[in-house]
Write a protein that binds this ligand. Structure first.
Ligand SMILES: *[C@@H]1O[C@H](CO)[C@@H](O)[C@H](O)[C@H]1NC(C)=O
Ligand SMILES: *[C@@H]1O[C@H](CO)[C@@H](O)[C@H](O)[C@H]1NC(C)=O
Ligand SMILES: *[C@@H]1O[C@H](CO)[C@@H](O)[C@H](O)[C@H]1NC(C)=O
Ligand SMILES: *[C@@H]1O[C@H](CO)[C@@H](O)[C@H](O)[C@H]1NC(C)=O
Ligand SMILES: *[C@@H]1O[C@H](CO)[C@@H](O)[C@H](O)[C@H]1NC(C)=O
Ligand SMILES: *[C@@H]1O[C@H](CO)[C@@H](O)[C@H](O)[C@H]1NC(C)=O
Ligand SMILES: *[C@@H]1O[C@H](CO)[C@@H](O)[C@H](O)[C@H]1NC(C)=O
Length: 371
């Protein structure tokens, strides 16, 4: 791997503002085959088990979650691995542990802070999740521990080369329909989406970039109104099809996110990102499952009621009865709101090495191989 040189760059870092002149990688004492670390933030799309360690009902640490790959429930909302697990694998990293998992982690390969149910706003599922601000303060602690273990110079290099993955926003929009509908009356679509994106921007700009992070990965929001869960809600109201009321939020968010990232790229020196179109990818599989080799696009593998859209997979959330398909790989959705390992793997491949029609301006492979 090539040497990295920072020529008279000024970076803000974890603990201090430093001026580094011509610090080359080989001089830094890191082995030449050094990995690029991965830090993961957001919601259940990436939560590898953090919620197992907080007092919450938003958990997947019971069977049949995890059965396909791990053979035991890890807390991941899938039958197997998540998108972020595959990304770590492609980057030749070990499995990135949940930050809250007990043990002697030194986090040199990265850390996973994601928490099922979390959004960009503190109000979203407050008290039941690790909100984004808390995830960022955990990241700060990891930075400090890296400084202590590796020394400032090596830690700063690790932080600036690392990739920061985000899946966040979906729960903010779901939450206002589920729990606090007064928001729906108080704010326009545009105002509410602006607040969500404003908080995501602060996380990037004021927290991670300031600490030296440069490489970011984002997904567009999934089609929230067309999850089995949302279809079941509509059917419960004697309607058919997707839950249309949430779609304007998803569309606005997905239109504004690339604009926001382009703006940050112009504003912040060295800021690079990969944005992959998860929405389009999933809609195509939901609507045309057989085109992609799936048997079923709309009904979940695990759950109860219409579309197996009642969130009862595993029988631990109040409702004991649930149905489970015999082969999760034939399905797009594993439970009422989360995809199967097969879908996660296919999307991770697109995120990793996709071309600009799906993943732009860079794919994750380019970000990991930047230096
Ligand atoms: C966990 O949360 C539940 C419901 O919010 C609450 O009743 C219970 O006291 C909490 N348990 C602990 C140990 O904090
Ligand atoms: C961190 O953990 C890795 C993997 O367990 C190990 O190879 C490395 O030596 C550790 N580094 C420090 C500074 O403890
Ligand atoms: C709902 O949102 C409104 C407006 O932001 C807020 O004042 C209220 O406290 C929220 N209620 C709950 C239960 O979260
Ligand atoms: C972040 O969200 C809070 C509500 O949790 C809101 O009051 C604030 O204005 C948002 N920040 C930005 C920069 O949009
Ligand atoms: C749905 O239809 C059933 C049967 O026609 C009726 O009993 C029920 O009240 C309707 N529910 C709603 C939410 O309109
Ligand atoms: C499950 O389904 C996948 C996809 O159709 C197929 O490749 C695989 O062979 C099936 N596994 C079993 C055990 O039938
Ligand atoms: C994107 O481009 C690749 C190769 O250039 C092509 O194989 C693929 O079908 C395209 N995907 C879409 C969704 O247009």
């Amino acid at each position: 791997m090539a040497n990295i040189s920072f020529h008279n760059y000024i970076f803000g870092f974890c603990t201090s503002l430093l001026i580094i002149t011509t610090l080359s990688h080989s001089e830094s004492g890191l082995p030449s085959e050094e990995h690029v670390s991965l830090f993961i933030f957001g919601d259940s799309i990436f939560d590898a088990g953090n919620n197992n360690y907080i007092n919450t009902s938003l958990r997947a640490n019971y069977r049949p979650y995890g059965e396909t790959y791990f053979k035991y429930p890890t807390g991941r909302f899938s039958d197997g691995r998540l998108i972020s697990d595959f990304i770590a694998e492609y980057a030749k990293l070990p499995v990135i542990p949940p930050y809250l998992q007990p043990g002697n982690h030194n986090f040199t390969y990265g850390a996973n802070f994601a928490s099922a149910g979390a959004g960009a706003l503190v109000e979203t599922s407050q008290g039941l999740v690790i909100d984004l601000n808390s995830q960022l303060s955990y990241f700060e602690r990891v930075c400090e521990s890296l400084m202590k273990n590796l020394g400032d110079e090596e830690a700063n290099i690790l932080i600036s080369r690392a990739v920061y993955l985000f899946s966040v926003g979906g729960n903010d929009y779901s939450y206002i329909f589920g729990t606090n509908s007064s928001i729906l009356q108080t704010y326009s679509h545009r105002e509410f989406v602006g607040t969500v994106l404003g908080n995501i921007t602060s996380a990037i700009e004021q927290e991670i970039y300031k600490k030296g992070g440069r490489n970011f990965g984002f997904l567009s929001l999934d089609p929230l109104g067309c999850l089995p869960f949302s279809r079941a809600v509509v059917q419960g109201q004697n309607g058919t099809g997707c839950f249309k009321e949430i779609t304007p939020y998803v569309k606005l968010h997905n239109k504004a996110l690339p604009k926001l990232l382009r703006k940050l790229e112009t504003k912040l020196k060295g800021f690079r990102y990969s944005l992959s179109d998860y929405n389009e990818f999933l809609r195509d599989r939901i609507n045309h499952p057989s085109k992609h080799g799936f048997e079923e696009g709309k009904v979940a593998c695990c759950g109860s009621g219409v579309y197996r859209g009642i969130f009862s997979c595993g029988g631990e959330r109040g409702i004991k009865e649930y149905k489970l398909c015999s082969n999760a790989s034939e399905y797009v959705f594993f439970d009422s709101a989360h995809t199967t390992e097969r879908v996660n793997e296919e999307f991770a491949r697109l995120f990793w090495s996709g071309t600009p029609n799906s993943t732009a301006p860079y794919n994750l492979k380019a970000l990991f191989e930047w230096n």
